[in-house]
Design a protein around this ligand. Structure first.
Ligand SMILES: Cc1cc2nc3c(=O)[nH]c(=O)nc-3n(C[C@H](O)[C@H](O)[C@H](O)COP(=O)(O)OP(=O)(O)OC[C@H]3O[C@@H](n4cnc5c(N)ncnc54)[C@H](O)[C@@H]3O)c2cc1C
Length: 599
């Protein structure tokens, strides 16, 4: 493996919305900036985001950033840090207009303003009813944001290293010194000597069997940091989105329910009325996912199966809109036609045709909860600085933003549309902060053996002669994560999962791969990604077993109550010589004292 060396002020790892926003702002602030991405930038998962980006523009009805902030705090089950939440929600209108001015083609109201739709957990704080807060470009909002940010970076002269896998970060006396990457096309290693690094590598839904996440979301950088002695935060909180296509997990946006779609059980009941009488189908995701599981458990899944229906046929939408007394902003009754829905949800209609062979305008969609979003991740300050302990000690030169980071604006459960917002708001912060840091910092000395740890890991995989197959190990990991570290958890189940994961980690030492080539060796990289997933699966299950309460997306059947007395705090977990250690950080509360959540 040949080793190449580069020098930059700021290296951004990941080219999704968070990475591209960070790179844009670092470049604009005179930092020589590189973006390293294992995917071609516009293939990043941000491009799959459908429903919208949240901002209290109030374009169609009364709304306020304050309401947005409170909904986010409540949605987070009071685990979100309220200073960060307020910052994000007050920034939201400005940053949506900034995206608009960069070129994102948002849908429009008849009088030319940005169109907004309803989404789960976003409410009018006076009435408790859903509010139109999600700004959208049809059901391709993330695609439009990603393309726009990529174009802006090209114009700004950001350097791109595409199809490069970052495999390591090196530190000198505690501060960032270099980022190491593997180039897929050649098999060469690259050492990026840099003053600052921004991690923006997205989530890790691939730990589960049924997921909405792209194949590449394997949690590489969180695993790299664990190996380098840094902690991860709140790993027990992973969101299951209620409406994945049955068995496939492909996401059906909450926007479908925002437009009036309803969930229906085998008895034809709109069952969310029972679980969330005020907002019904638009309760927060943790609440809806549990409701679906409970319906299935009670034998009311469709035909007794493990799924329910999401019904967005115009006649169904109009029937329930009438029963709910739903109106348009001008007070007229809310009525949809097939034509309107086809315009608002083109991709969803397409997915259903392609993957299910059905037309959702004529038939209901079979859905089940799907592993969707990491609330936890790399702990950061509100300025996107990565911290190394419970006292918020900053790692100089290291930043994280987007889904991979835990700032924490989503706490125990994220509201829909708040991730696209998070990635642009905190991506921007990270870019500016890293550039400012790089301006006053010098390059840390580069160790001579910079690429050694990466070379060692990859050669061990390549030279393995054992009988174990990576694909089998990954499949078994996904199965136990789905079964025991999913929507409902118990100590017994989590112990089983941990036992299995540890067995799989052992078996991973005895893998072999068939492709020994150095060019485009995807099998090698998939094996390396599997090692990352196993480390993350273990810390996820450990953190879930450790938290003996139920909060947001973390539901313990053996501890079904939220326990603010003991657990109103963030978990930090370290991996040290194969052993794990916990510490805790208080939740930042500004003005909303924890209350019971009622939807
Ligand atoms: C189907 C779907 C629909 C969604 N819809 C919405 C929505 O409507 N509204 C909303 O707010 N949120 C939505 N979300 C969530 C939101 O889209 C994501 O949380 C967000 O886009 C993540 O952005 P990111 O920039 O953090 O990471 P990503 O966009 O996932 O990008 C990760 C980047 O990291 C790179 N990378 C990863 N590992 C490495 C490595 N080892 N080396 C180099 N590069 C690496 C990848 O190449 C990629 O460029 C949706 C998510 C999904 C899956």
């Amino acid at each position: 493996m040949q080793v190449h060396t580069h020098t930059f002020d700021v290296v951004v790892i990941g080219a999704g919305g968070a990475g591209l926003m960070a790179a844009l702002y670092a470049s604009r602030n005179q930092a020589k900036t590189a973006v390293i991405s294992k995917l071609y930038p516009t293939r990043s998962h941000t491009g799959a985001a459908q429903g919208g980006i949240g901002a209290a523009l109030g374009n169609l009805e009364e709304d306020h950033p304050e309401w947005h902030a409170f909904d986010t705090v409540k949605g987070s089950d009071y685990l979100g840090d309220q200073d960060a939440i307020e910052f994000m929600c007050y920034q939201a209108p400005e940053i949506v207009y900034e995206l608009e001015h960069m070129g994102v083609p948002f849908d429009r109201t008849p009088d030319g303003r940005i169109m907004q739709r309803r989404f789960g957990g976003h409410t009018n704080n006076k009435t408790g009813k859903p509010v139109r807060r999600a700004c959208h470009a049809a059901d391709r909002t993330g695609h439009m944001i990603l393309q726009t940010l990529y174009q802006q970076n090209l114009r700004q002269g950001t350097h791109f290293f595409n199809e490069f896998y970052v495999t390591d970060i090196l530190f000198h006396e505690g501060r960032v010194a270099a980022v190491v990457a593997y180039e897929l096309a050649t098999g060469d290693l690259h050492v990026f000597h840099t003053k600052a690094a921004i991690i923006a590598t997205g989530g890790w839904g691939q730990l589960w069997e049924v997921t909405s996440n792209a194949k590449t979301l394997t949690g590489d950088l969180p695993a790299v940091l664990l190996r380098r002695g840094l902690p991860l935060e709140d790993m027990e909180f992973f969101q299951f989105h209620p409406t994945g296509i049955f068995k496939l997990g492909i996401l059906i946006t909450e926007g479908v329910r925002g437009e009036g779609g309803v969930l229906i059980n085998d008895l034809g009941e709109r069952f969310m009325e029972k679980y969330a009488p005020t907002v019904k189908d638009l309760a927060s995701r943790d609440v809806v996912s549990r409701a679906i599981y409970l319906e299935v458990k009670a034998g009311r899944g469709i035909g007794g199966g493990k799924y329910v229906y999401l019904d967005v046929r115009p006649e169904t939408v109009n029937k329930y809109a009438k029963l709910d007394g739903r109106t348009n902003p001008d007070g007229t009754p809310y009525v949809v036609t097939e034509e309107i829905l086809r315009k608002k949800l083109p991709d969803i209609i397409d997915f259903c045709k392609t993957y299910l062979g059905i037309d959702p305008m004529k038939e209901p969609i079979p859905v089940q909860p799907t592993a969707h979003y990491a609330m936890g991740g790399i702990p950061t300050t509100i300025k996107a600085e990565v911290i190394r302990d419970e006292n918020n000690t900053v790692v100089p030169g290291l930043y994280a933003a987007g889904e991979v980071a835990c700032v924490s604006v989503h706490g125990a459960n994220r509201l829909g549309t708040n991730s696209l917002l998070d990635i642009v708001v905190f991506g921007k912060v990270a870019g500016k902060e890293a550039a400012a840091y790089a301006k006053q910092a010098s390059l840390a000395p580069l160790p001579k053996d910079a690429a050694d740890f990466t070379r060692e890991q990859l050669e061990r995989i390549k030279n393995g002669r054992g009988n174990e197959r990576v694909a089998h190990i990954v499949a078994e990991m996904k199965e136990v994560m789905q079964e025991y570290v999913g929507v409902f958890r118990t100590e017994e189940g989590l112990d089983k999962a941990l036992e299995k994961i540890r067995e799989l980690k052992e078996r991973f030492q005895h893998i072999s791969i068939t492709d020994k080539s150095s060019k485009y060796n995807l099998e090698l990289m998939e094996a390396w990604e599997a090692s990352n997933m196993l480390d993350l699966a273990e810390v996820t299950a450990l953190s879930a077993r450790n938290r003996t309460e139920s909060r947001g997306a973390h539901w313990r059947e053996d501890y079904p109550k939220r326990d603010d007395q003991n657990w109103l705090k963030h978990t930090l977990i370290w991996m040290e010589n194969g052993k794990h250690r916990f510490a805790y950080k208080p939740v930042v509360i500004t003005k909303w004292q924890p209350k019971e959540r009622v939807y």
